[in-house]
Unconditional design. Sequence first.
Length: 622
Amino acid sequence: MANSFAGIEIGKRSLMAHTQQITTAGHNISNADTEGYSRQRVQVKPFDPIYRPDLERAEVAGQIGQGTSVESIKRLRDELLDQRIVAQGNQESYWATREKYYVMLEEIYNEPDDISIRTNMDKYWQSWQELSVYPESQAARQAVVTRGESLAESVQQRFKSLSGVGNLINGDIEASVRQLNTIANQISEINKEIVKATGMGDNPNDLLDRRDLLVEKLSQIANVTTDIRDNDEFMVHIDGHILVQGGIARNLGVKANTDNNGYSTVIWADTGNKAEISGGSLGALIELRDVDVRNELQSLNTMTMNFADLVNDVHRNAMGMNNVTGLDFFVQRPFVTSTNGNYDRNGDGVDDSSYIFRFTGTNALNPQDKVGLEGVMTLSGKSGTVSVPYHPTDTIEEVVARINDSDGEVKAYLDRNNHLVLKATTAASEENPDFVIRHVEDSGLFLAGYSGVLQASGAEGAYNFDRADAVNVLAGDFAVSPVLNPAGYIEVNPDIRNDVLSVAAAYPSNRGRAMIGDGRAAVEIAAIRNTSVMIGKDRTFDDYFANSVTNVGLKGEQAEMNLLSQNAIMNDLRSLRDSISGVNIDEELAEIIKFQHGYNAAAKFVTVIDSLLDTVINRLGV
């Protein structure tokens, strides 16, 4: 039988439920501008009735209700939508980061015409052309030196600008790693608090909101996914590797990489293994530094190295007005002091490698002659080696083109004396040094006897850079590899700057002197401008400038367009989430008014029950 005071209990429960609902609505309003907050709603249910079918009960109709009770306080959140936002968030920050840095790169290439590399190079070629017309003019020689200095300064300035962007990106990478570690540690700590709260049967809504916000911020840094195991253990993965497992967080670290300009490599702090990061701002930064900026620097170094090498090749064989010969016009700094290019690569105190940039054959070749030989050349490639076959019906010109069209990191051309020249390019892999020929082998006699590059064919006559004195297998001349980043130190030879008469415009006569009016060397240097001499994909120097500017412009446009697309996607997803989880002040005020009416009605109900009880207790039987 129901207690006489049951009505008071019903009213009390109603008052408490409406109070909780009003309080929760107020909590929503106070957090309307809190980042990551999800509005909450009180879940109420009818309190258990007095009589249940499995118990003894009085003979009364139905079950006697006992009011309401607060079951839980839940946050309004769509978990599938949250997963979509996390999945798309890394792409938005990825393209935003690329777009920001490509604006910087575009500014570097968008130089004023009067100080750009291309303008200074055009003036440099014009000065040689002028000297070829007036080879006896000292003023023309001074113009060659001055414009050479201006060109070298503009090349150095572009190198410094690109290196500056690389250093800035490297700093951002280190800062992003620290930020990622901080967020991961915070998530693990929140996981511990959530486990404690849920173990007590509570709904830690604010903690869950905080964790979701941190996961979303984490997704802006790297490509992360989340998972909840059967034991309610919350997991965060970064590119398939565990970052957070419940209350345990793994951290990333950085380690200087000497093979990559000393830049920091991102590693797992606990294992020391390299961390592969894709997507997010961190993935974009690593790609920008190690691919985009590195490629731009390598392209600039390739242009600079080959430009200086080709000019020097003519100039050192020519003679100045003062009858001085054998001078390089541009300074080239060898990587090692050993004349054979020997280098201690593993740092154990013993030379174990040979760093050679260029091989030159001993025999003069006619580009149109057929080789009349058959075999396969094996050259160092981006990964391993590449094979370049040749056949008896191939001309010298066709074989050279086939070498250059291959995916190898050794390129070829015929020099001014029609000798075959093999040159190293920049390396695609960070582990391999730039401008170092790593492997050259010929199964036949094209390199061994015909062109005079190698002394013998086959594996026994092959050149391998991974040993000291590897040049002993060469038949012709060779040049030691340059110091890393030749674009950073290119300059006009001080001997020429101090005496402009040393600028060589003529070739020595039979008497070993420069003849008045001889400008053949100046003509030959000026002709380099439009000759297919660039080593690699760019055939001429003009091709280099056109391709470099176009490449940066197109990638900048790609980043901008993809960023706009991702912004539109994320705006739609966030708007949808706000419609579900966001706090609407007007809606909350309407809820408060509704709950207030309910509270007033419950209070009135308690007053009526109190009056009834007063009548029964104090007046009945009087």
